[in-house]
Ligand binder design. Structure first.
Ligand SMILES: Nc1ncnc2c1ncn2[C@@H]1O[C@H](COP(=O)(O)OP(=O)(O)O)[C@@H](O)[C@H]1O
Ligand SMILES: N[C@@H](CCOP(=O)(O)O)C(=O)O
Length: 322
């Protein structure tokens, strides 16, 4: 039976916070802050791009636009000539802040192509595994793309020629808070600050903390302060984000909060934790609001302090009118 391909799709991709301290290039969390792309086949074969929200007036509007480039990469991976496409982007994920905007854009482009080309998984829905492979190839590291595609908390790695991802259920008590400064830092520049080699003792320390972190995020959030200690990347990136480094040190040392560099920075991610019995410390939901207020008192108005839910489902694809 031949399947007709849709002429248009609507894609929604979440922001992501990678590393979470010691899980460099491996751990990531999907956050309920979304970019949206409507992709419609153009019979004239041209590619057009419209952008509102984050990046409007800054990102290119031609075929070099990251969503358009990822769309073409997906078509090429499928051995198909890319159709002309109109891409209408509505962005909420801030650029160059360490909240995975590039992974969000890349995943959106690949998922849009997947929708228009009819990539279906075993359950009849979007073939997420295939989207993940192509998107991670384009991004070059899997730790943002994995939660962006699968949602929740993910461990990701490379095995031979393939990218792998293991989605794990995060503790229901986790309340992430993104502390977003005005300044930007490109991931490329932040990766350039990392040394080629690190002392064995630092590698061993960080491996232990990363292992602890998977347990802490999954079900032992009371261990998060120790579990988020890192010696592989944050210290080398401090000179490029002194204010973020200062805020992290204050939150960790003075308030005992698990604060980390989100992705390559300069956003600071705080992993707030609801008490096991919320009635012990006020109503559920009050904790992150209280932490956010105390962070605002430290940062002043130059920062945007945003409590965010964890996105449980990853990239979502629908028909444009649903
Ligand atoms: N939605 C988007 N549309 C087009 N380009 C984007 C989009 N999101 C990110 N980009 C590109 O990626 C860059 C940011 O990527 P990166 O340096 O990896 O930072 P991060 O992923 O932490 O936000 C932007 O400056 C822009 O060039
Ligand atoms: N592991 C990467 C994560 C980059 O995340 P981003 O949100 O800054 O793109 C790194 O630390 O370089």
């Amino acid at each position: 039976m031949t399947q007709t391909r849709p002429a248009a799709v609507h894609v929604r991709t979440p922001a992501t916070s990678a590393n979470l301290g010691p899980g460099f290039d491996a751990l990531g969390l999907a956050l309920a802050l979304y970019d949206e792309v409507e992709a419609e086949v153009r019979p004239d074969g041209r590619t057009t791009v419209e952008v509102v929200g984050e990046g409007a007036g800054e990102v290119p509007l031609d075929a070099s636009h990251l969503v358009a480039a990822a769309f073409r990469a997906a078509c090429a991976a499928a051995g198909e000539e890319p159709p002309g496409v109109a891409l209408r982007c509505r962005n909420a994920v801030p650029h160059g802040r360490g909240l995975g905007s590039s992974a969000s854009a890349i995943t959106a482009g690949v998922a849009a192509a997947a929708g228009l080309l009819g990539w279906r998984g075993a359950d009849g829905g979007l073939d997420r595994e295939r989207v993940f492979q192509v998107a991670a190839d384009v991004e070059g590291h899997p730790d943002n793309v994995a939660p962006c595609v699968f949602g929740g908390f993910t461990v990701s790695w490379r095995e031979g020629e393939r990218w792998r991802a293991l989605p794990l259920a995060p503790s229901g008590r986790l309340r992430p808070i993104a502390c977003i400064p005005r300044e930007r830092l490109s991931t490329e520049k932040a990766r350039g600050l990392l040394p080629a080699e690190v002392p064995h003792a630092d590698a061993a320390f960080t491996a232990g903390r990363a292992a602890l972190l998977t347990a802490a995020v999954s079900g032992h959030p009371e261990l998060l302060l120790e579990a988020t200690e890192d010696r592989l990347h944050e210290r080398y990136r401090r000179p490029a984000m002194p204010e973020s480094a200062r805020l992290i040190a204050e939150l960790r040392d003075q308030e005992g909060l698990p604060a980390v560099v989100s992705g390559a920075g300069p956003t600071v991610l705080v992993l707030g934790v609801e008490p096991e019995n919320p009635s012990d410390a006020g109503d559920a939901g009050q904790i992150s609001a209280g932490i956010a207020d105390s962070i605002r008192a430290r940062t002043g108005t130059g920062w945007h302090i945003r409590p965010l839910k964890i996105d449980p489902a990853g990239v979502r694809i629908t028909s444009p009118r649903s």
